[in-house]
Design a protein around this ligand. Structure first.
Ligand code: GLC
Length: 624
């Protein structure tokens, strides 16, 4: 990762040479004395925070044997490890997969989990702390009670890098409060086909938008990794071309020339590297038939060589296993991935087998020891720069920051800035005193408005986390006596009572990754369509709000609806939607993706197609 002011190179070289002399180690034999307690470790150069990072890492590397090094390259899943296993195998990292949470799923529960595993790491002879990684992709979304921010596609609609940096900062604080020091975010995917189940994880179809939103890296890491106690390691993912697969197939094949791959999908990584992103995660997808996890040209020659990325590269979840097409991580898989430039392997379950395989292929010379040293050097550099050796345990004083009113206010502002008003015949903003019928599948559902990667991997409908639904936001803004809620609004409910306007909140239910692939297109549910037909037949002025991870087929609605708003996946602060619908906040969002007339094909700016609404479309309200 790029430091703002590198210590004098000569000083570093002298320090490294001096320390190398101090630790005349055989290639894999630890030098004497072999420290076995923190007391014996005290005073060793790698623990001296006054020394340059490179010198500390060189000293530590020189004390490590092959078991130490292979352990550092191994990341295991929380559900299958213990502090004892971390100690015995000297694991470098543990992760929580989506929804893999401690019991209780509280700030204290997380801190106890992480600190317990950390104690295991610190009990080893060299006491190298673990990195604990989670997918905090729109807040600390695995944690009950955390602030859940809009998913990236909504943040792309804000075109507000400063806001996104602030969201990164708030997310980092809530993550750090639980002892976690690494998030597998941001996704820098450039979504080119909305049928892809991960479209909402993209900031947009335009690499310039995605590149601008790498400001979140600075929010997460601060100006330089570890420069503040709540700095956490960010991950630019999934390298590279994950959003460009043919047909939008998740983990599919990105069939592009190198020039197109660089122009569309590689570009955001330059911005992330410029911001010092500390890790990069490899994509499951392929480039012209070759799996990224085994692509030495793109990982080593381009990312590490040409672009100068000096952090570490982590595989995706068992991504290494896919290389030979057979189950499990074979010798061939491990050799190809590590030699291609993967530095840490997210195994995640069969970690003992992985360690045995990697050890064997190094001993057999199939993976050069220099490659292992390069991988471990990169991993240790992140740990030193994060300050893990000085402060490995959770700062419990941060607990009150989780779900704070300040963070929720920030999220509410982001929701309002993310809304895109696509059509408005004057029904918006809803005037004070109006009698409003609120209806639709997504009007009162914090789970649906949060989407995937919320509490669980796939997310879920219902009142799953503390938050404010869109209905509650409208009730708060307009007054309960002005709002009638009828989720399925039968004819009688629509025509009974005097409503001045209906707000129909429709859209998608949660999903993640390939579970969200819609090869046939992205359509409203039959229930939503039937409701809209009833509203149309009743002739009630109707505002349609689409809560979804991507554009949906809405062309048929335009002839009769009075307003159409894209709300994306706003997260827990649904009041931000009401802020725009009532005019408390004037809409400013613009489309980060083209909105197709039909979602059964990719439509992107400049491709000669004719979208229903183009990239950058978005209306505001006339000044009052
Ligand atoms: C998943 C995703 C990746 C995530 C990782 C850990 O399969 O592809 O984005 O960071 O596994 O949960």
């Amino acid at each position: 990762m790029t430091q703002p002011t590198r210590p004098c190179a000569l000083l570093v070289a002298v320090a490294v040479a001096f320390l190398a002399g101090c630790t005349a180690a055989t290639p894999d034999g630890p030098p004497e004395p072999d420290p076995s307690t923190s007391a014996q470790r005290a005073g060793l150069p790698y623990l001296d925070a006054s020394l340059p990072t490179a010198a500390r890492v060189a000293d530590l590397l020189g004390r490590m044997d092959l078991a130490d090094k292979v352990g550092q390259m191994t990341q295991a899943e929380r559900s299958v490890v213990s502090p004892e296993a971390v100690a015995e195998l000297r694991l470098g990292s543990v992760l929580s997969g989506g929804g893999s949470v401690p019991e209780p799923n509280t700030v204290e529960g997380w801190a106890d989990l992480v600190d317990g595993l950390q104690q295991g790491a610190l009990s080893t002879p060299l006491g190298i702390p673990i990195l604990y990684g989670v997918d905090a992709v729109h807040g600390h979304n695995n944690l009950a009670g955390a602030t859940v921010f809009p998913h990236n596609i909504g943040l792309g609609a804000t075109r507000d890098p400063d806001l996104v940096e602030a969201i990164g900062r708030a997310t980092a604080v809530e993550v750090a409060a639980t002892g976690v020091d690494w998030t597998f975010a941001p996704c820098l995917c450039v979504v080119r086909d909305d049928r892809w189940g991960r479209s909402y994880e993209s900031f947009g179809e335009d690499p310039a938008i995605v590149g601008a939103m790498t400001s979140v890296v600075t929010g997460l890491q601060t100006e330089s990794l570890g420069s503040e106690p709540t700095s956490i390691l960010a991950t630019a993912k999934h390298y590279v071309g994950d959003g460009g697969t043919t047909g939008g197939t998740d983990q599919g094949d990105t069939e592009l020339s190198e020039a197109e791959l660089r122009a569309i999908h590689l570009a955001p990584y330059l911005a992330a590297i410029e911001r010092g992103v500390g890790s990069v995660m490899v994509s499951f997808s392929s480039w012209n038939g070759d799996k990224l996890h085994g692509d030495a040209y793109l990982i080593t020659d381009v990312l590490k060589g040409e672009l100068g990325f000096d952090g570490f590269v982590v595989s995706d979840w068992a991504g290494v296993d896919q290389l030979d097409g057979a189950e499990g991580a074979s010798r061939q898989d491990v050799v190809q991935a590590v030699n291609a430039g993967v530095d840490m392997v997210m195994v995640p379950y069969e970690y003992e087998s992985f360690i045995a395989t990697l050890t064997s292929v190094v001993e057999d010379g199939d993976v050069p020891r220099e490659r292992i040293d390069d991988a471990v050097r990169r991993i240790l550099t992140a740990k030193v720069e994060l300050g893990l050796f000085e402060a490995p345990m959770t700062d419990r004083s941060l607990a009150g920051e989780v779900g704070s009113s300040e963070h929720r206010a920030l999220a509410r502002r982001a929701v309002a800035e993310s809304l895109v008003v696509l059509q408005n015949s004057g029904a918006l903003p809803i005037v004070e005193g109006a009698r409003v019928l609120v209806t639709g599948s997504n009007a009162d559902d914090v789970g649906n408005q949060s989407g995937g990667w919320t509490l669980t991997w796939q997310g879920a409908s219902g009142d799953i986390v503390p938050g404010t639904t869109i209905l509650e936001g409208l009730q708060e803004a307009l007054g309960d006596d002005r709002v009638t809620y009828a989720p399925d609004a039968e004819d009688a409910e629509i025509t009974a009572g005097d409503h001045d306007v209906a707000v129909a909140v429709v859209g998608e239910t949660p999903y993640a990754e390939f579970e969200g692939d819609r090869p046939g297109g992205v359509r409203l549910s039959p229930a939503d369509l039937a409701l809209l037909d009833r509203l149309h037949a009743a002739g009630l002025p109707t505002v349609v709000v689409v809560v979804s991870g991507r554009p949906m087929d809405v062309t048929a609605l335009l002839d009769w609806t009075d307003a159409l708003v894209a709300a994306w996946l706003p997260g827990t602060e649904g009041a931000g939607v009401a802020d725009v619908l009532t005019g408390a906040v004037r809409p400013s969002g613009t489309l980060p993706v083209s909105w197709p007339r039909s979602t059964d094909r990719p439509v992107n700016d400049g491709d000669g197609s004719s979208p229903l609404f183009g990239l950058g479309a978005g209306l505001t309200y006339e000044e009052r």
